[in-house]
Design a protein around this ligand. Structure first.
Ligand SMILES: [Zn+2]
Ligand SMILES: [Zn+2]
Length: 105
């Protein structure tokens, strides 16, 4: 029977960590970067996390153009809102003028 690498509990329902390949029980299968958090301190996971952190500045670059169209969409929404507001203001002004004209008559 296999044992959990961390708590040494014998169980048939052990999970293999995809990062380090060791077997753990359900309480210790979560790979973590330090031994104090829930799960097990996983060297493979730490390596992958560090590699991802190194890639982060590179991965941020393609995100910038993708965020630009959303800004354009937002600005077009603001323009549409502005246009709508202008139409409403013109409508109110027109209504006030009409009311004044009617009073004068
Ligand atoms: Zn365990
Ligand atoms: Zn692991």
């Amino acid at each position: 029977m296999a044992k959990c690498e961390k708590c040494k509990v014998e169980s048939e329902n052990l999970y293999t960590c995809p990062y380090c390949g060791k077997q753990f029980c359900f309480r210790h299968i979560t790979p973590t970067i330090d031994k104090f958090t829930y799960g097990h301190k996983c060297e493979g996971y730490i390596k992958q996390t560090r590699a991802m952190e190194r890639e982060k500045p590179l991965s941020k670059i393609p995100r910038v153009p993708s965020s630009e169209p959303s800004k354009e969409e937002l600005s077009s929404e603001i323009i549409n809102l502005f246009k709508y507001t202008v139409i409403v203001i013109i409508g109110i002004v027109f209504l006030l003028i009409l009311l004044r004209v009617l009073r004068l008559i």
